[in-house]
Write a protein that binds this ligand. Structure first.
Ligand code: ARG
Length: 590
């Protein structure tokens, strides 16, 4: 469907033309003074120079051509030459009615690219902590958004499962249990099926090893050697690696499920093991790589750079792969397997330099097509109320699971406070609302900025919060349920416009609905979920003022009541589509 503003612009173009001026001057914009008018056009101001005429004269000429318009009303030329106007209520109602019937409310598919989104990025063997929240929440939303506007999208978790952390675990394990067969080079039998450690042990082993490696140079070298041996395919190390994966992945899956986050692909750095050699050889043969202090590197600086961009390292001096190597090889295999038009990385913004190097190297060496779009969506840090990275009360790293549990509890208390409720139902509702609180709290901020994780604010039912949005949807659901209980069918309800027109609040709500497509498109163009949040916050506010101003269930005129119900149905559907893009849903009651 054409956008409402474009339809109004078409009307204005005709009027400019009919008045003898250039049609292109007729451009409608939303008024920046909604107290004066809904729509404005500044074409007469621009026309003044062109026609050497006072702008107010042009504006008057055009206004007179719009007197009979069915699209706009109250057209007024105001000094020095602005055109102010309102939208015709009948035209607006008709537009909203069409939106209600159209697929995705008339949003035209903007794109049909093949996109891979790289998000999540947890490192196996380490429990998910709050640092992983943003990539999961923003990544899932970007995936939903890209899908909604018509792309073919695949999400890839890109596990960190091939780097030094793997070697560290192996080193520590050998120190603790040297008798294990995995470390015996002469062992020829079958390795045990049973893992030599539990998940809980694993989660303790890694930080212990990491701490030791920072103090003990020899220990660190051992870990680097273990990493290298694993990457070279050493049998014993690969067997331990498999145990780690078998324990970690189900745990990760469970955690992401709780966040309503999912991935089509569970690939990782380790999947590049076998293709790295071939890729490196190709890059060498292309003449792109050279040796620098023993390491193999590719220059990626460009003339227009204003800061130093160091060469992209392909292999360390000992021949080991690095983070850049696995990311390049992943792009290489993504091209072979999926040939994407675009790859979007949702990763902590502190990794920007890494991705600048990887993207440039991939383009320069032909790993990706020239026209493949590579985007880095870097996000800021989630801070505590003290403005420092979010920690537990004791100052430790907060596990994601604990954080979510705390918020669930908080929400449960709010929901059950002073109320008789069914325990199970209240638990479920609390979980749904808590997730909305966390996700909306994150997504409503511009992704690149740091933000403060404020539990009290995020879980509030008032203000720009997830629970407020859900509360609005639940309010609509409850009105619709009442309507249905009278034996009437809300889905068949038709919008209605009284001869006396509609209230200001109703009009405002309808205008809000018409802004859906533009809001989704700009969120997509800028990869900015916060634009969707801003849109639904406005829409929810418009709905709530309409609700407070309007007797809906006590309205005696049946046609009028049906019209309100029809409007509510569309508002609810728009809000629901938006929150489903954001990655959460509304309960039945709350
Ligand atoms: N595992 C990485 C980390 O914890 C994040 C991975 C991001 N994705 C990527 N393709 N590099 O820092």
């Amino acid at each position: 469907m054409k956008k409402l503003l474009d339809l109004i612009s078409e009307e204005l173009e005709k009027a400019f033309e009919a008045a003898g001026y250039d049609a292109s001057l007729g451009k409608a914009t939303w008024s920046n003074r909604p107290d004066l008018c809904e729509i404005q056009c500044n074409g007469a101001m621009a026309g003044a120079k062109l026609y050497k005429k006072a702008p107010i004269m042009i504006a008057n000429d055009v206004a007179s051509k719009l007197a009979e318009s069915k699209t706009v009303t109250d057209v007024e030329a105001v000094a020095p030459g602005f055109l102010n106007m309102n939208i015709s209520e009948a035209f607006l109602t008709g537009y909203v009615e069409k939106m209600g019937k159209a697929d995705k409310f008339g949003l035209e598919s903007v794109k049909s690219d093949k996109i891979i989104i790289d998000y999540g990025g947890p490192n196996v063997a380490k429990p998910l902590h709050v640092g992983h929240l943003r990539s999961a929440v923003i990544g899932q939303c970007i995936k939903n958004l890209c899908t909604y506007v018509g792309n073919d999208v695949t999400g890839d978790i890109h596990l960190g499962d091939w780097g030094l952390q793997m070697g560290l675990i192996m080193t520590e394990l050998r120190h603790r249990k040297p008798e294990l067969p995995y470390f015996d080079e002469n062992f020829t039998g079958e390795y045990p099926k049973e893992s030599p450690f539990t998940l809980a042990e694993l989660e303790e082993i890694y930080p212990a090893a990491s701490a030791k490696s920072k103090e003990d140079e020899k220990y660190k070298e051992e870990a680097m050697n273990d990493t290298f041996m694993l990457q070279k395919g050493d049998k014993g190390r690969v067997a331990i690696w498999k145990h780690i994966m078998a324990l970690s992945i189900p745990d990760l899956k469970r955690n992401y499920e709780n966040l309503n986050v999912s991935f089509e692909l569970w690939k990782g750095e380790s999947d590049t093991g076998e293709i790295i050699n071939d890729m490196v050889e190709r890059i060498k043969a292309g003449g792109f790589a050279y040796e620098s202090e023993g390491a193999l590197v590719v220059d990626v600086k460009e003339e227009s750079d204003t800061k130093e961009i160091p060469p992209c390292m392909l292999l360390k001096s000992d021949g080991a792969a690095l983070y850049t190597t696995t990311d390049l090889a992943t792009l290489d295999s993504r091209r072979k397997l999926y040939d994407p038009d675009r790859v979007i990385y949702v990763v902590d913004k502190r990794q920007e330099m890494h991705f600048t190097q990887v993207f440039r190297c991939a383009k320069k060496t032909g790993i990706v097509r020239d026209d493949t779009k590579l985007d880095f969506l870097g996000f800021g840090t989630m801070n505590g109320k003290d403005g420092k990275p979010f920690k537990t009360r004791e100052g430790g790293v907060m596990r994601l699971e604990i954080l979510l549990n705390d918020i669930n509890e908080e929400m449960y208390k709010k929901i059950t406070d002073n109320r008789e409720v069914d325990e199970k139902e209240a638990r479920d509702t609390a979980k749904t609302v808590a997730l909305a609180a966390v996700k909306y709290g994150d997504l409503s901020n511009q992704a690149t900025k740091d933000y403060i994780f404020d539990v009290d604010k995020f879980t509030s039912f008032e203000g720009n919060t997830g629970p407020y949005i859900l509360y609005t949807i639940v309010r609509i659901k409850s009105i619709l349920a009442k309507y249905a209980s009278l034996g009437k069918n809300a889905d068949d309800a038709k919008l209605y416009l009284d001869d006396n027109g509609c209230s200001k609040q109703q009009k405002n709500l309808m205008i809000g609905l018409t802004r859906f497509a533009a809001s989704i498109e700009s969120a997509y163009d800028e990869l900015a979920p916060n634009k969707i949040c801003a849109y639904i916050y406005d829409l929810a506010n418009s709905f709530n003022s309409f609700y407070h101003e309007t007797k809906i269930m006590t309205e005696e005129d049946e046609k009028k009541q049906e019209g309100y119900i029809a409007l509510l149905v569309i508002v609810k559907r728009v809000l629901e589509d938006c929150i489903s893009i954001l990655g959460f849903s509304a309960p039945e009651k709350m």
